[in-house]
Design a protein. Structure first.
Length: 111
């Protein structure tokens, strides 16, 4: 049985800068011993609309990085960002409660 988790959410540059294109790198892993079929993912920063996508699946133990470009519109001391996998509950998993990761980040003033 598979077990999809968000391993990390990373930002380049770090901290992200207001008004600039920043890379968001979301690493998704199948922690279970079985293959995961196709599934959807989502990432959201604060109250902005989510970025979404779809992966064809992951083998047991396999990881994949999803990269997107985010342009924050304002400065934040601690902006919550959330990544979630298997958003439509398409994959039967050994643990359905570990599909999201929340990370608070600073968004710096543009130099």
């Amino acid at each position: 049985m598979s077990d999809l988790v968000v391993e990390s959410i990373d930002f380049l540059p770090f901290p992200p800068q207001q008004g600039l294109g920043n890379q968001v790198i979301i690493t998704i892993r199948n922690d279970g011993p079985g293959t995961a079929g196709p599934f959807s993912w989502a990432w959201q920063a604060g109250s902005s609309g989510p970025w979404t996508g779809r992966l064809a699946g992951l083998e047991a133990g396999e990881s994949m990085a999803v990269v997107l470009t985010w342009i924050p519109t304002s400065v934040h001391a601690a902006l919550p960002t959330i990544a979630q996998v298997d958003t439509a509950n398409e994959v039967v998993e050994s643990n359905e409660a570990n599909n999201r990761l929340q990370v608070e980040i600073e968004v710096a003033q543009r130099p």
